[in-house]
Design a protein around this ligand. Structure first.
Ligand SMILES: Nc1ncnc2c1ncn2[C@@H]1O[C@H](COP(=O)(O)OP(=O)(O)OP(=O)(O)O)[C@@H](O)[C@H]1O
Length: 315
């Protein structure tokens, strides 16, 4: 087991007092695809930015490839490829020129640089567009070019900060495929997202982050195991404004209740099924129950159980 990244009690307090990352500790091992899963504002970017030395840390330590990130040497930098949240490419350069520019920053020259640039473009299926200017690319192609720029120096660790936000489903699917291919070659990936389906598809390890804290970390199966003695219901109601949330939350066996539009999400104990009592309260309040479904336990359930909030609209 080779540790590629080790964060210990990492904390970031911004001037003004906001604690964006709060005592966060985790380890990334060689060959991992670790998903940083958390809603907007959870602290994922701040964690990544500290790892990349783009912002200072308040306390704690970061170890990259066995060395302290505080004195990050060029040797360590050359092992990391970073794909930031905002696409960072030069619009007026061609795809090839963009990739070659970044390759040049890592000391590649001449034939080596050309071969590495074409190889990186091939990875993201932009080889045929090598001579086209980036300004003519679609959002998805720009994102793929951005990824090629981060791959040109053949890093051992790739850090991606929400690389699929705002791009079409086809490009998203393609990017996830690229990540899987890179990982098969032994490259370690840190992937930040608020899309549960993405980490479910590609990650072998998931770090659930909320309000700057690491809530849980493990494989999908390990995380789901945390909530195995629970069951998950969705109840569709016609008059959600009449739902008495406090009464439902007070029921014996009910662990979490969330109302999302007309859907009431309930997490309950597996042994003490409170569904009958829930329905009695709803019927007495005349909410008009339209449908009741038992849902699969998934990462959304884990997030709701551990934080009391839904992943996609947590604030
Ligand atoms: N420079 C800053 N000064 C003050 N607060 C900040 C700064 N940068 C980020 N924050 C705050 O820190 C918290 C964590 O932000 P961060 O960008 O790390 O979250 P995130 O999980 O990456 O979400 P997003 O997807 O929205 O970027 C947020 O509340 C954010 O508003």
């Amino acid at each position: 087991m080779t540790k590629i990244v080790e964060l210990k009690e990492l904390t970031k307090k911004f001037p003004g007092g906001k604690i964006a990352v709060d005592n966060l500790s985790l380890t990334v091992e060689k060959g991992d695809i670790i998903g940083f899963l958390g809603p907007n504002g959870a602290g994922k970017s701040t964690t990544i930015n500290m790892m990349m030395d783009l912002i200072g840390i308040t306390s704690g330590t970061i170890t990259l490839f066995g060395e302290s990130a505080r004195h990050k040497s060029n040797r360590i930098r050359s092992k990391i490829g970073m794909i930031p949240q905002e696409i960072a490419i030069y619009e007026d350069l061609t795809a090839f020129e963009n990739v070659a520019f970044f390759g040049g920053l890592y000391g590649l020259r001449g034939k080596m640089l050309k071969a590495a640039s074409l190889r990186a473009l091939r990875y993201v299926a932009l080889e045929k567009n090598a001579k086209e200017k980036a300004e003519n690319f679609s959002g998805g192609m720009k994102r793929r070019l951005n990824i090629a720029c981060a791959l040109v120096h053949e890093p051992e660790l790739i850090i991606m900060d929400e690389p699929t936000v705002g791009i079409d489903p086809q490009s998203r699917n393609f990017i996830l495929g690229v990540i899987e291919t890179l990982n098969k070659k032994g490259i370690t990936i840190i992937y930040s997202t608020h899309y549960m389906e993405e980490v479910e598809r590609i990650s072998n390890k998931i770090a659930i982050i909320d309000h700057g804290k690491l809530i849980a970390c493990g494989s999908e199966a390990e995380l789901i195991n945390l909530v195995t003695n629970t069951q998950n219901f969705s109840i569709e109601v016609l008059y959600p404004e009449k739902v008495e949330l406090q009464k439902l939350r007070a029921l014996n066996g009910v662990q979490q209740v969330q109302l999302e539009g007309q859907i009431l999400h309930i997490i309950a104990n597996a042994e003490k099924n409170p569904l009958d009592d829930v329905l009695k309260i709803l019927i007495a309040a005349e909410v008009a129950v339209k449908a009741v479904d038992q849902d699969k336990i998934n990462l959304e359930t884990v997030f709701l159980m551990l934080t009391g909030r839904k992943l996609r609209d947590a604030k």
